[in-house]
Ligand binder design. Sequence first.
Ligand code: SF4
Length: 108
Amino acid sequence: MTKNAADTNRRRLIKLTVTGLAAAPFANALFSGSAEAADMVSESDPTAVALKYKMDATKAADRKDATALCSNCNFYSGKPSDANGPCSVFGGKLVSAKGWCSSWVKKA
Ligand code: SF4
């Protein structure tokens, strides 16, 4: 292999590596194809712990309003029939429609 061929191969490898690294953050969005593939908020997520999020609102000790659910919260943008939906408080991650957290505000 000549020096020029080796340099060309090295440049090609560097280009492919840089392109792959640049595309990596978008891979999930490209291959997911459905809202269900979006991240679900875990009760152990530090923000969820701070906001006392529970996937089952009946298990939230600090919930005072028995009708308060993620599905009727102002920050929830899922459809009424969906089991989960995006919550803007959690950056669009999915929360359970039957969940609750201390940031709950009645849907306007
Ligand atoms: Fe549910 Fe509203 Fe809390 Fe989001 S902000 S987790 S929709 S109660």
